[in-house]
Design a protein around this ligand. Structure first.
Ligand SMILES: *Cc1c(COP(=O)(O)O)cnc(C)c1O
Length: 357
């Protein structure tokens, strides 16, 4: 439904819809790559007590620089990073918007490689950044020669690489990341929202920060850290890049409640990340099971699996939903994405899929 004519919205937004996966109240929710295991009572109590401590001073604005939280995030990341190398915001979505506000904008270009995260073009639109999408190979890896050609032709101010990629699960070949970093004239963002789920031996772009000062690596507490509801994303980069981001942030963008909750959650890193190993095992089992059914399955280093292909993927998606299993209709035509849930949830998914196909 277009925005009514009397609402004086920017014309290019008039026919747009607010973005988002359906939030449906069904028994098995495997559509937004959330962690199925929530914080324990003990961790929840620590979060609540930390919030209680700041509650009595909510008459004051929060620490604008989120210093304690940034130091905790830097300690978690390791790689010799300090609070000055880290910036935090309300989800890595807000980080990405700040990146485009600072480094994109009118007359500037951002490049990414599709199929990839469908939010990027929206941040580009909202920040008046010109958006160019290159194509990935058929196996969803980056075609590095085509990527370098595109970068040479467009001279993008921002390149966004996603590793592991959403919705395909594909991790970047580090040689490709390096080649793109060497060629890109502007900043290169590697979105590592799913980094903790990568298979053993898959490197993180954090290792390249020292060599490439225009590299930004974004992370989130929404997935592996089981804190999607807490809205906490962050980025690691050279301190001068972090200072550039601080120029465009809204004053007091990160509430005292968010800062306290995230800092407390980080104290329980071991517990919150404990489920990651189990989820990786379930992911590999799910991928193998789908392959045994004769389906195509994209290699996944994330907590979801892209599978297909179906002549009428919507019918499959609807059939699953009718059986109480919500997955995501996303990605290239014919493919579907299922987030990895508990073994019981994956059982329900498998049963429903067998009935539908
Ligand atoms: C889920 C996801 C994010 C995280 O978003 P938050 O705002 O931190 O919840 C970022 N990038 C990609 C590719 C994602 O899939």
């Amino acid at each position: 439904m277009p925005v009514p004519a009397w609402v004086p919205i920017r014309e290019e937004l008039r026919d747009e819809e607010p973005y988002g996966a359906p939030q449906l109240d069904v028994p098995v929710q495997l559509n937004t790559n959330e962690n199925p295991y929530g914080p324990s009572d003990e961790t929840a109590r620590d979060i609540a007590e930390s919030v209680l401590k700041v509650a009595t001073s909510l008459n004051r604005y929060p620490d604008r620089e989120a210093s304690e939280l940034r130091a905790s995030l830097a300690a978690y990341l390791g790689h010799g990073l300090t609070a000055d190398h880290v910036w935090a915001a309300n989800g890595s979505n807000e980080i990405m918007q700040q990146v485009l506000q600072a480094f994109g904008g009118p007359g500037r270009t951002a490049v990414s490689f599709a199929p990839t995260y469908s939010m990027y073009p929206e941040y580009a639109r909202n920040t008046h950044t010109r958006w160019i999408a290159g194509r990935r190979r058929d196996d969803f890896g980056i075609d590095v020669d085509a990527a370098l050609e595109l970068i040479a032709a467009e001279q993008p101010d921002v390149v966004i690489l996603t590793s592991p990629n959403n919705p395909t699960g594909t991790a970047l070949d580090p040689a490709h990341t390096r080649a793109i970093l060497e060629a890109a004239p502007g900043v290169v963002v590697v979105d590592e929202a799913y980094a903790e789920f990568r298979r053993a031996g898959t490197p993180t772009a954090l290792e390249l920060l020292d060599a490439f000062p225009r590299l930004l690596v974004t992370r989130t507490m929404s997935k592996a850290f089981a804190l999607a509801g807490g809205r906490l994303g962050y980025v690691a980069a050279d301190p001068a890049i972090i200072d550039a981001l601080r120029i465009v942030r809204l004053p007091y963008h990160l509430s005292a409640v968010s800062q306290a909750a995230a800092t407390a959650a980080l104290r329980h890193e071991d517990e919150l990340l404990a489920a990651v190993d189990a989820l990786r095992t379930t992911r590999d089992e799910t991928a193998a099971w789908l392959r045994d059914r004769g389906l195509d399955v994209a290699e996944s280093d994330a907590n979801f699996v892209l599978f297909g292909t179906f002549e009428d993927r919507h019918a499959i998606w609807q059939g699953l939903l009718d059986r109480g299993v919500l997955i995501r209709e996303v990605g290239p035509l014919g493919w579907l994405r299922v987030s990895i849930g508990t073994p019981e949830e994956m059982d329900a998914f498998r049963q429903a899929l067998l009935e539908v196909i």
